[in-house]
Design a protein around this ligand. Sequence first.
Ligand SMILES: [Zn+2]
Length: 101
Amino acid sequence: MKLIYSNENKLLVHNVKNILEAEGIDVFIKNEFAQGAMGEVAVFDTWPELWINDESDFERASVIVEGVNRKANAADWVCNNCQEVNDASFEVCWKCQEAES
Ligand SMILES: [Zn+2]
């Protein structure tokens, strides 16, 4: 097992998990529920972590995560369908599943 990604935003961790799973990479999340127990302030130790089960997937997974991170630094986008603001790393609207246009 190997740590591949961590972020204080649980939604982003789930997003990366979905992308890696779609690529056939076996992943799981640690610390998913640790944040609530720690109160408002997110301590780095309690960030949700995304781990891969098979270390032979690590290189391929790193490339994918790198791509996601690059996108995450881009601007947020607004859904044409429901006007919800989406993080740049999301491929589809988190609310209505409409694809980014
Ligand atoms: Zn939408």
